[in-house]
Design a protein around this ligand. Structure first.
Ligand SMILES: Nc1ncnc2c1ncn2[C@@H]1O[C@H](COP(=O)(O)OP(=O)(O)OP(=O)(O)O)[C@@H](O)[C@H]1O
Ligand SMILES: [Mg+2]
Length: 225
């Protein structure tokens, strides 16, 4: 398998308006992540980790610099084009699970696949049922999020992140709200995806889990080290 960059950041900066001032949260970040890499990002609270992941996930736009995904420049893409890349290539896992309360486990996992025709929907349902079984929740597919433990909710979020067969997974403190057994189960799932060739960007405060990454980076005050 040839190695190619899935992500390239060239002097990427991000500033937020704060009253009359601009606050520089990311400063000239340069980074290339190749396909299949597992990158861990550490750094103190407020150093810009989540801001960086939201740029990588095309949920926000750099103030300056160039961000390419799979070799394609993203700065001038409109909302729909960004959403399409996100939907086709990126799976997200957050600290706070971010499941939709009114949707069942199965509906949550199927959410990224909602733009499909009837036949695709049948296949999508089978695929999502498979993923729910893979994360050990076969008997909970009809449950609502509030009927699950935190660890189970995070496994649903993980299955949802996999439903569109992403090229990369962006995980922001995915074990932050979990006990160590549930944290380990999420880390094992991440490792398995990486073994299958998926690129991983993992933000974590937990040194035990940071060790899982094959490349470790630190953010300090918006600068990548
Ligand atoms: N939308 C926004 N508007 C203004 N400032 C913001 C915005 N989003 C983030 N910031 C600021 O950017 C800085 C970095 O925030 P970010 O959430 O990226 O930190 P973090 O490294 O993820 O921290 P933590 O470890 O606590 O999650 C913070 O000072 C925060 O106040
Ligand atoms: Mg954060």
């Amino acid at each position: 398998m040839s190695v190619q960059p899935v992500l390239t950041l060239d002097s990427v900066s991000k500033a937020f308006k704060c009253g009359d001032n601009m606050v520089n949260v990311l400063k000239n970040v340069n980074l290339t992540v190749n396909s299949g890499e597992y990158v861990g990002i550490e750094g103190p609270s407020g150093s810009g980790k989540s801001t960086l992941l939201s740029l990588l996930g095309l949920m926000d736009i750099p103030t300056d610099g160039a961000l390419s995904i799979l070799g394609k420049r993203t700065e001038s893409l409109d909302y729909n084009a960004r959403a399409k890349i996100r939907n086709q290539h990126i799976g997200f896992v957050f600290q706070s699970f971010n499941l939709i309360d009114e949707h069942s486990v199965l509906e949550n996992v199927m959410l990224p696949l909602r733009y499909s025709d009837k036949q695709q929907k049948v296949e999508a349902k089978q695929w999502c049922e498979f993923l729910i079984e893979k994360v050990g929740l076969k008997d909970k597919a009809g449950f609502l999020p509030y009927q699950l433990s935190g660890g189970q909710q995070q496994r649903v979020a993980f299955a949802r992140a996999l439903s569109n067969k992403p090229t990369m997974i962006l995980a922001d403190e995915p074990t932050g709200n979990l006990d160590s057994a549930n944290g380990e189960s999420i880390m094992n799932l991440l490792q398995e995806e990486n073994d299958n060739g998926c690129s991983i960007m993992l933000v974590t405060h937990d040194h035990r889990f940071a060790k899982c990454a094959s490349r470790r980076l630190s953010l300090f005050d918006g600068e990548l080290q």
